[in-house]
Design a protein around this ligand. Structure first.
Ligand code: KIV
Length: 318
């Protein structure tokens, strides 16, 4: 399967990665700009997580996120992603009331958002829904262990599966989801020994977050990996950047330059005397448009000269 000439990551591809012992790299994204960067960096799966409720909307948990919001985010990410598989998260109460609700809402993420798979939190209880979704052609990613939509039941965001009975329940949930046809399972916030046991027991890939290195793949929230929230430092997050500092520094510099009338300077201003060169790109990126076959700057056919601002054609994605 190809999109813009690139071979898409499919569930078959992911199963083969597990069989071949190749680790799967997954990250969240919520908009097209981040999706493009994440995709270009070689991520295999982009999860449009309901963590949007926290990192995008600023809420304390994921519970208020709606179907409309998830469809909006999924649609945006699909526009930015070319190679990675895009998975849409089923928000709280979009599938808990009935199998029919779950089928209808998963269908919306695929049909209206363009998701290539859906993720749902919960174990054996949701096996019937998972199985029905798979039968109608919607790939399902399970999510067990620390399931943030059950935070009140769990008494907070706490590591799960410590103790024999709790561990056995999570293993049983994993097996039930695998048997229902889930093509992968997220293991969140469980001891690494338990994640290792589950990973060796199920044939579908496991994707860990706070579950140790023995899972078949790993997922993080992209803003956490980039260090965009200085207050949030859980043990399982490794920061690969400190963007909070870098973004603030850049913006502080902009504020200073605006206040000192240093920006915009000559290089960043138009002049009535000097027409914009044909290869200039005052709005958008020419390179991007050309790379995607968008061609050069688009000109107003009625324009007569210097007053016309060339606007590069961008590839139009549905
Ligand atoms: O919503 C989310 O981002 C998630 C991942 C952290 C697994 O569920």
């Amino acid at each position: 399967m190809k999109k813009h000439g690139l071979t898409k990551v499919t569930i078959q591809h992911l199963r083969k990665m597990k069989a071949d012992g190749n680790k799967i790299a997954m990250l969240t994204a919520y908009d097209a700009t981040f999706a493009r960067l994440v995709d270009q960096a070689g991520i295999d799966i982009i999860l449009v997580g309901d963590s949007a409720g926290m990192v995008v909307q600023g809420g304390g948990n994921t519970l208020p996120v709606t179907m409309e919001e998830m469809i909006y985010h999924v649609r945006s990410v699909v526009r930015g992603a070319e190679r990675a598989q895009v998975v849409g998260d089923m928000p709280f109460m979009s599938y808990q009331v009935s199998v029919e609700d779950g089928l209808r809402n998963a269908g919306r993420l695929v049909k209206e958002g363009g998701a290539e798979a859906v993720k749902l939190e919960g174990g054996a209880y949701y096996a019937e829904l998972a199985s029905r979704l798979v039968q109608i052609g919607i790939p399902v990613m399970g999510h067990i262990g620390l399931t943030p939509q059950s935070l009140h039941q769990m008494g907070g965001f706490k590591v799960q599966g410590r103790g024999e009975a709790a561990a056995k329940k999570i293993v049983d949930d994993a097996v039930a989801l695998e048997q229902a046809g889930c093509y992968s399972i997220v293991l969140e916030g469980i001891p690494r020994e338990l994640a290792r046991e589950i990973t060796s027991k199920v044939s579908c890939p496991t994707i860990g977050i706070g579950a140790g290195v023995d899972c078949d793949g790993q997922v993080l929230v992209v803003y956490d990996l980039l260090g965009m929230n200085e207050e949030f430092r859980p043990k399982f997050v490794k920061r690969y950047e400190n963007l909070a500092v870098r973004i603030r520094t850049a913006i502080e510099q902009y504020v200073t330059e605006v206040r000192n009338a240093q920006f915009p300077d000559e290089d960043h201003s138009f002049s009535k005397d000097a027409p914009t060169p044909a290869n200039a790109t005052p709005y958008g990126s020419l390179a991007q448009g050309q790379a995607a076959g968008g061609g050069g700057p688009e000109r107003d056919p009625d324009a007569t000269g210097a007053a016309c601002i060339p606007i590069p054609l961008r590839p139009i994605k549905k």
